[in-house]
Design a protein around this ligand. Structure first.
Ligand SMILES: Nc1nc2c(ncn2[C@@H]2O[C@H](COP(=O)(O)OP(=O)(O)OP(=O)(O)O)[C@@H](O)[C@H]2O)c(=O)[nH]1
Length: 250
């Protein structure tokens, strides 16, 4: 869903892939911040917008209108570095007889992202059943590089209408190789923050492979000095005059 209330603390961004979005990315680059792009996906009504808004503003606002796919930004501190984070809220995934139906807008968001939050609601078993397929779909759109994903089970406060045991979510996330968080967006900010924080950390590490000890060691090995242009010209002249000398002496 789309936030009705006007949020002055959140900068709204154009659709990913558009020229304006590229310009926005560029600006962040100029500011010298590394950028982490996160897409939030899941079935309709699981609390995707509520989750994004909670993460960005610390507030839970109950009233939203249907999601038009907004992109928001904020900065976070990860291991002493300030990162710019863009969070893309997406329309709810539809399910048809022959499986998932992800529109082109959603696919574009997933392709654009460096990491994905897959959300389901513990009050909606069908939203939980989508997780495996959604995860597969996300990885298929990023063939060749395993995208960091966190699975979030939302609405933990609604105990009386619970349909999914969080243990199931934990097990599934384990099988998929993802982190798992059970949260109540309405009641707890810290869990929401932690879910995004873990994801940002994973992306940050992935973006800096050169900081691994192995790479650092190789970068310390001195490379042979390449000859400069002056040196090359001198050697070329030497070789030429030697050749001329040989020719004249024949
Ligand atoms: N009790 C409770 N309600 C929540 C929680 N999170 C979201 N909601 C409510 O669930 C409803 C749906 O939340 P949204 O954030 O709009 O869900 P969405 O996934 O963005 O929905 P779509 O835009 O249709 O895809 C809203 O009425 C929220 O107030 C939660 O943790 N607890």
């Amino acid at each position: 869903m789309r936030l009705i209330q006007n949020m002055c603390t959140i900068a709204e961004y154009p659709a990913p892939g558009s020229a304006a979005a590229a310009a926005a990315d560029c600006c962040l680059g100029v500011a010298g911040r590394r950028l982490v792009k996160i897409a939030v996906v899941g079935a309709s009504g699981v609390g995707k917008t509520a989750l994004v808004v909670r993460f960005l503003t610390k507030r839970f606002i109950g009233d939203y209108e249907r999601n038009a796919g907004n992109l928001y930004t904020r900065q976070v501190q990860i291991e002493g570095e300030t990162l710019a984070i863009q969070v893309q809220d997406t329309p709810g995934v539809q399910v048809h007889e022959n499986g998932l139906s992800c529109g082109e807008q959603l696919n574009r968001c997933i392709r654009w992202a460096d990491a994905v939050v897959i959300v389901f609601s513990v009050t909606d078993y069908k939203s939980y059943e989508l997780i495996g397929q959604l995860h597969q779909h996300v990885q298929q759109l990023h063939l060749g590089s395993r995208l960091p994903v966190v699975v979030v089970a939302n609405k933990a406060d609604l105990l009386h209408v619970k349909q999914v045991d969080p243990q199931l979510g934990l097990q599934l996330a384990g099988v998929l190789g993802c982190s798992f968080y059970e949260v109540s967006v309405s009641e707890n900010y810290n869990d929401v923050y932690n879910a995004f924080h873990v994801l940002c950390k994973e992306v940050s590490h992935k973006q800096q492979p050169s900081s691994t000890p192995e790479k650092r060691r190789t970068s310390l090995i001195p490379r042979p000095k390449s000859p400069n242009m002056q040196d090359l010209k001198r050697r070329f002249k030497q070789a030429l005059s030697a050749k001329v000398r040989t020719v004249t002496s024949v």
